[in-house]
Write a protein that binds this ligand. Structure first.
Ligand SMILES: Nc1nc2c(c(=O)[nH]1)N[C@H]1C(S)=C(S)[C@@H](COP(=O)(O)OP(=O)(O)OC[C@H]3O[C@@H](n4cnc5c(=O)[nH]c(N)nc54)[C@H](O)[C@@H]3O)O[C@H]1N2
Ligand SMILES: Nc1nc2c(c(=O)[nH]1)N[C@H]1C(S)=C(S)[C@@H](COP(=O)(O)OP(=O)(O)OC[C@H]3O[C@@H](n4cnc5c(=O)[nH]c(N)nc54)[C@H](O)[C@@H]3O)O[C@H]1N2
Ligand code: SF4
Ligand SMILES: [Mo]
Length: 809
């Protein structure tokens, strides 16, 4: 490999995955720049991408599978031994307790989802039924609301909106949409446009905003309810939109009419006049979009706040037009379907097309399709065709409005989007209940650091019969596992993410490796493939005909593949593995692991035929999917769907394409706000600690080398000047933070960002990198499991009651 050339890749530090170009020298990323040809990021990166070599070559890497000894130390074992032993132990758990007792956590981080497709296949191979990942401690409340309202994920057109509302979101630091900083700067500079930020803290974004609603921590529900109430009471709602595009508005509007705006303004600490000015601006703008994030999703009333936030743009008709909100396509699901399920017109017609395609091809090839194929395509394949958050929570025709859905086996917690609430995981394990989980499979995540109440999680891991971690480093979680499997980094293998959430152009980027794998490591697709082979769940009688078809050509393969899984639905969960073992063998050297994306590309083309065709992938039958797959294999960012603004309606998963506004269990909560307390601190713990703020040098726990941070090296505890003076401390001093669950010492930064009574610590700190030295506070040593949302079970990381103590005493 010519190492001085620029190679295309992407940043892996947040879900934007900005396109980058790198030069490699001696296995390090010697030069990094933004990729101007990338259709999403267009050359943009933030300062963090330029420090990616701290991930690639300054992480103390794992280079051999490790097995835990009885005394808690680890010994190196070879890959064959690891695969054989782990497969045997998985089988033992499955045969003794049932495959559903093997719990899967993670599967991908901010940059690596390719392995997750094979992780799903392993779940299928052992008969697992329960899984989760970080989305179930942030996004499941919003997913629930999205599922009930319209059955899809929404995003905003921030580049063109006249009014943008950020709710508990600091995009200057955390990004989450392409080219966030230039977009924010333009918004702030344009006198015709208004930026609203709802945040108790004067964040970088709040400081740029035209309107900053500086709520008291945790009181967003009152703030958002008051904004909606003003829209309704001052008649700023879009009646035509409500009449034409929604159902169930009456009870919602009635609830808003009853709200005492003056009282709610008082409760959230924002002047009533400012709330009225904001609501009027929202109610009269040509276009409005909103972005909600952790500030409400990890705070009291989070699911309710998501509902109230969405009403701001729905009541004002801000959907499917420039500058407004939209639903979008997805290349592949990032989470599963969940309780309820809306009647969906699009997937069904997509299935009919798929069936038509298969039938035509069968006729051409003079093959008889199995009789079960129509049924299969209408049911099983349909589930796969759903976008990430479709069918999240009922609504639509035939679905129970309560969104009953699946529950966890021990604590009966609600499973949303197929994910067990993160705060329930330890509780599902630390019990005598016969249905408790017995084994845990952990990949590309660090739950012993990222889940609330780290001590409970550590106990849970120790209580299990088998724990396996796949990671590149010996993390806080890996150190508790029975087996640790070393992965190649995201620059040493083919990778991609399914964070493809844009509109009207949606971008998918499959990245090629920029260097060879570190000896001893394997890419996840290879790890899973070896394990599934060892589990021996698919015989050669299935694989051989598919291999032969793959050698004959893509069309023949497509037909054989869909026919095989159609006639034997048990093969469906194993589809990524089948593809890897068959069509994977026809792909360029080292790229066999991308085979699952052939299936994803086919399903994407079937689910979004017009949009995929508009993006340039045309033809009949399986051709569009094949073309899409071949194009992504070039290793560049690819626009895979192209829409017009009004096409956003096509993504609404409802037979009548109407939004279902009434969510009874949340409406009850809206009404209850009038009489509820709006503060949860106590005399013993009088401060609100936000445990896990995004700063210029935080990136979850992806970079372990502390020297990557150019600022805020210690991860300071931010505190308001009056509070600091009261405690007699200044910047650089240390304070002890004490919560009901733990305590930690932190370096103080007196900051005018903070309001009195509110303190904050950054996320992703408290890691070591192979030595005992740890920098900063690991936030979840301070958080508890029981502080969580009533409906989604999402944690209150942003609202941890705490007290501060001087250390010198
Ligand atoms: N630099 C950087 N960027 C990242 C990441 C990272 O680690 N570092 N992580 C990525 C990930 S995984 C995610 S999920 C996103 C998260 O992105 P954000 O949600 O934007 O990140 P946070 O800083 O955790 O929280 C946002 C804001 O919520 C505010 N907040 C605290 N309490 C409340 C409250 O009660 N009400 C309101 N309205 N606001 C409150 C905080 O002051 C903060 O400014 O960032 C992504 N981007
Ligand atoms: N208190 C508090 N807790 C929080 C948050 C908060 O704000 N406050 N934020 C929450 C949020 S929003 C999120 S998203 C989570 C994030 O927390 P997690 O979901 O646990 O994810 P990461 O911290 O990103 O961990 C990524 C892991 O993947 C490993 N890794 C990197 N590359 C590869 C690879 O190619 N293959 C494999 N197998 N592994 C790899 C890294 O070494 C690291 O161990 O944290 C959550 N926890
Ligand atoms: S951290 Fe996020 S915004 Fe910054 S370069 Fe990486 S992907 Fe882009
Ligand atoms: Mo996140």
């Amino acid at each position: 490999m010519d190492e001085s050339r620029w190679q295309k890749s992407a940043c892996i530090l947040c879900e934007c995955n900005c396109g980058i170009e790198v030069q490699v020298q001696d296995r390090s990323l010697a030069k990094i720049r933004g990729d101007k040809t990338h259709p999403g990021s267009e050359g943009y990166t933030c300062e963090k991408a330029l420090r990616l070599d701290h991930y690639q070559s300054r992480t103390v890497r794992l280079t051999s599978p490790l097995r835990r000894r009885a005394d808690g130390t680890y010994e190196e074992i070879d890959w064959d031994t690891a695969i054989t032993e782990i497969a045997a132990r998985l089988k033992a758990v499955r045969d003794t307790h049932g495959g559903d007792k093997i719990f899967f956590y993670g599967g991908g981080g901010q940059g690596n989802h390719l392995g997750a497709t094979y992780n799903k296949a392993l779940q299928g191979a052992v008969g697992a039924k329960y899984q989760s990942n970080a989305l179930a401690q942030e996004k499941t409340g919003e997913m629930y609301v999205d599922g009930r309202l319209y059955g899809g994920h929404t995003k905003g057109d921030f580049e063109h909106a006249e009014v943008v509302v950020f709710v508990g979101k600091n995009p200057w630091q955390s990004h989450s949409f392409p080219r966030a900083r230039p977009v924010l700067k333009q918004l702030a500079a344009d006198p015709e446009r208004t930026m609203v930020v709802i945040d108790p803290r004067r964040s970088e974004s709040a400081a740029m905003a035209d309107i900053h609603l500086q709520v008291r921590p945790g009181t967003d529900a009152w703030c958002l309810a008051a904004l909606g109430a003003i829209l309704v009471q001052e008649d700023l709602v879009d009646h035509a939109f409500i009449d034409d595009h929604t159902s169930g508005a009456e009870s919602l509007l009635a609830a808003y009419r009853e709200i005492d705006v003056t009282d709610y303004a008082d409760r959230c600490g924002v002047p009533e006049d400012l709330l009225r000015e904001t609501a009027r601006r929202i109610g009269t703008a040509k276009s409005v979009c909103t972005y909600e994030d952790l500030g409400i999703q990890q705070a009291p009333h989070s699911t309710l706040s998501s509902y109230l936030n969405k009403m701001l743009w729905i009541l004002t008709g801000n959907f499917a037009k420039p500058g407004a909100m939209f639903l979008h396509s997805s290349f592949a699901p990032i989470a599963g379907a969940a309780p309820g399920g809306g009647g969906s017109r699009r997937p069904k017609s997509a299935m009919q097309r798929a069936l038509g395609t298969a039938t035509d091809l069968a006729a051409a090839a003079a093959v008889r399709l199995p009789a079960v194929l129509p049924d299969f395509l209408a049911t099983r394949l349909g589930a796969l065709l759903q976008p990430p958050v479709a069918k999240v929570a009922g609504g639509g025709s035939g679905a129970k409005p309560t969104g009953g859905g699946r529950r966890t086996p021990v604590t009966n917690a609600r499973i949303i989007a197929g994910l067990v609430p993160c705060n329930s995981i330890a509780e599902e394990i630390l019990t005598d209940h016969p249905d408790r989980f017995r084994a845990m499979w952990i990949d590309s995540v660090n739950p012993a650091h990222s889940l609330a109440d780290s001590e409970s999680f550590r106990e849970a891991m120790r209580a299990l019969d088998l724990t396996v971690v796949i990671d590149i480093a010996m993390t806080e979680t890996a150190r508790l596992a029975d087996y640790v499997l070393p992965a190649s980094t995201q620059f040493e293998k083919w990778e991609c993410t399914f964070f493809n959430v844009d509109f009207p152009r949606n971008v998918f980027h499959l990245r090629a490796p920029v260097m060879s794998p570190l000896p001893g490591t394997l890419a996840e697709p290879e790890i899973y493939t070896r394990l599934i082979r060892e589990l021996d769940v698919v015989g050669d009688s299935v694989l051989e005909p598919l291999r032969r078809a793959a050698r004959r050509g893509r069309k023949q393969f497509a037909l054989a593949f869909f026919t095989a899984v159609g006639s034997n639905p048990k093969l469906m969960p194993l589809a990524p593995y089948l593809l890897r073992e068959t069509i994977g063998e026809t792909l360029p050297e080292g790229a066999a692991g991308t085979a699952s994306l052939w299936g994803a590309a086919q399903l994407c083309a079937m689910a979004n035929p017009k949009s995929v065709r508009r993006a340039g992938f045309d033809g009949t039958g399986f051709e569009p999917g094949d073309k899409l797959f071949d194009t992504v294999l070039r290793g560049e960012g690819v626009v895979f769907t192209l829409d017009d603004y009004e096409h956003a309606w096509d993504y609404v998963r409802r037979p009548d394409r109407r939004f279902t506004l009434e969510i009874p269990e949340l409406l009850d909560r809206v009404r209850a706000l009038a009489d509820e307390p709006s503060s949860w601190v106590t005399e013993e713990f009088p401060y609100v600690l936000s445990a896990g703020e995004r700063r210029s040098f935080t990136a979850n726990t992806i970079i372990r080398d502390p020297s990557w941070r150019r600022r805020d090296h210690d991860g300071a505890l931010r505190i308001n000047a009056a509070d600091a003076a009261g405690l007699g401390v200044g910047t650089g001093d240390r304070l002890r933070v004490v919560t009901e669950r733990g305590q930690a010492d932190a370096v103080v930064e007196v900051s005018d960002m903070m309001q009195a009574g509110h303190i904050s610590l950054p996320n992703g700190m408290g890691l070591d990198n192979g030595s005992a030295k740890v920098t900063g506070v690991a936030p979840n040593e301070l958080t508890s499991l029981h502080h969580r949302d009533f409906l989604a079970g999402t944690p209150w990381h942003k609202y941890v009651p705490a007290r501060l103590e001087r250390i010198d005493a």
